[in-house]
Design a protein around this ligand. Structure first.
Ligand code: C2O
Ligand code: CU
Ligand code: CU
Length: 436
């Protein structure tokens, strides 16, 4: 092995996990029965990954939010057949952020992610190294992968989407946090950092605390916000991440606070789809330990805005969902077709709108672009909310809404853009662009 390169080994494998009431469900994981290890890298680091596929079907390994060349991105062209190993290599060249990895096999993404294939990918840099924020993994800095799952009558977790799930994205009747239902997490007094990933197939959440306590959002998909943003709820659609700081200093030892979902349903179709008994995701129990961090920095980082004047082109993307026909610019994904050609190093504005056809005005779609981190210029002409003013790679677009994004395309190759509701992606709500 090259001593100048960090090597990570992942094996996609089958296993079983006790999800509900002791019933063993068949699940998939990287190096384990469900989910995968947190991969931690530093800006500037040279990374090599050996990804072995021990499944009985093809898969890929995509780095969601990571800026790498197309051939290392792990999109649908990078299929790994059963028994094969894929070895991408790249140098980390972007700010500290909480990213994630998951499969991206054509028509199999929803099922493979649902069954457990997903993991977090942390980038640290000189900014995160020097900030006085909680950063002790598992002590005051916790990953929270939130996913909903549909448990059947015999408490088994199986991917069997019905017609409605195919149309709207799958909505489950149970929430998993890091692969477990309603877990319990001991937290120290003081500030605690939660790195939240909405790794669900279809559901959008508004994350809140059950006592309505406010918290500070410090990072969005692609890294730190310039300043902490105080919020009492943070909305994340599938694929999006947020880092928040929660202050547990005012609680007695043993007190319990719950993380809940207060979103009643972002898609307009029907309220009755929500079969969830309770919207509680997990419980925090405050211990007598100290987190060691009690103050929130005023400034986190600096983000240079990308000037709209520097854009050489504006492209339009129109998302449309009509029953089971889901399109972007009236097209469905075709692996043999490049939809957009982008010049290497060009800055472009992407104007993404949601046509929202359907009887109740349609549903929201999270639009995700591979190979870049972008900035949100505006939503229907208005500046984005403060927590969307940093780096993003996925953005929720409401029916009839138009969102303008700006990005500089610094990596070459073929990349995807798609709706991150995984049933929609698999149904072809995806296109390809090539940077050259
Ligand atoms: Cu998170 Cu194309 O994916
Ligand atoms: Cu991605
Ligand atoms: Cu969609």
């Amino acid at each position: 092995p090259d001593p100048n390169k960090s090597e990570f080994h992942l094996t996609a494998q089958q296993g079983t996990s006790e999800i509900l009431n002791g019933v063993e469900s068949e699940t998939l994981g990287y190096n384990g029965n469900i989910l995968g290890p947190v991969i931690r890298v530093h800006k500037g680091e040279k990374v090599k990954v050996k990804m072995k596929n021990n499944l009985d079907e093809g898969t890929t390994l995509h780095w969601h939010g990571l800026r790498v060349d197309g051939e290392n991105d792990g999109g649908p062209h990078s299929g790994i057949m059963p028994g094969e190993t894929w070895e991408p290599e790249f140098t980390i060249d972007q700010p500290a952020a909480t990213l994630w990895y998951h499969p991206h096999m054509m028509e199999k993404t929803a099922k493979q992610v649902y069954e457990g294939l997903a993991g977090l990918f942390y980038i640290e840099d000189e900014v995160s190294d020097s900030l006085a924020i909680p950063k002790e993994y598992g002590v005051n800095d916790f990953p929270l992968i939130i996913q909903d799952r549909k448990m059947d009558a015999s408490d088994n977790m199986e991917y069997s989407p019905n017609m409605k799930d195919m149309m709207m994205g799958l909505y489950g009747n149970a929430f998993l946090v890091n692969g477990a239902i309603a877990p319990y997490l001991e937290v120290p007094k003081g500030l605690v950092r939660l790195r939240i990933l909405n790794g669900s197939n279809g559901r959008t959440y508004d994350f809140s605390l059950d006592n309505s306590q406010a918290f500070n959002q410090i990072a969005s998909d692609g890294g730190f916000l310039e300043k902490p943003i105080e919020k009492s709820a943070v909305r994340l659609s599938p694929g999006e991440r947020a880092e928040i700081l929660v202050d547990f200093s005012q609680y007695e030892t043993g007190e319990k606070i719950s993380l809940i979902n207060t979103d009643s349903n972002v898609y307009a179709a029907s309220a009755s789809n929500d079969e969830m008994d309770k919207e509680e995701l997990m419980e925090f129990a405050v211990t007598n330990k100290e987190s060691g961090v009690n103050e929130i920095p005023e400034q986190l980082t600096e983000i240079e805005p990308i000037e709209p004047k520097s854009a050489v082109k504006t492209r339009e993307f129109v998302m449309m969902g009509m029953g089971t026909t889901l399109t972007i610019n009236d097209k469905q994904m075709d692996m043999t077709r490049i939809d957009e050609e982008v010049d290497f190093n060009a800055t472009e504005i992407w104007e993404v709108s949601n046509q929202g056809a359907g009887k109740n005005g349609g549903m929201a779609h999270p639009f995700h672009i591979h190979g870049v981190q972008f900035q949100v210029l505006d939503r229907d002409g208005n500046p984005p909310p403060a927590n969307e003013s940093g780096w993003k790679d996925t953005v929720l677009i409401q029916p009839k809404e138009t969102v303008r994004l700006i990005a500089t395309f610094k990596n070459k190759g073929v990349f995807m853009y798609h709706c991150h509701i995984l049933e929609h992606e698999d149904a072809g709500m995806m296109g390809q662009y090539e940077v050259n």
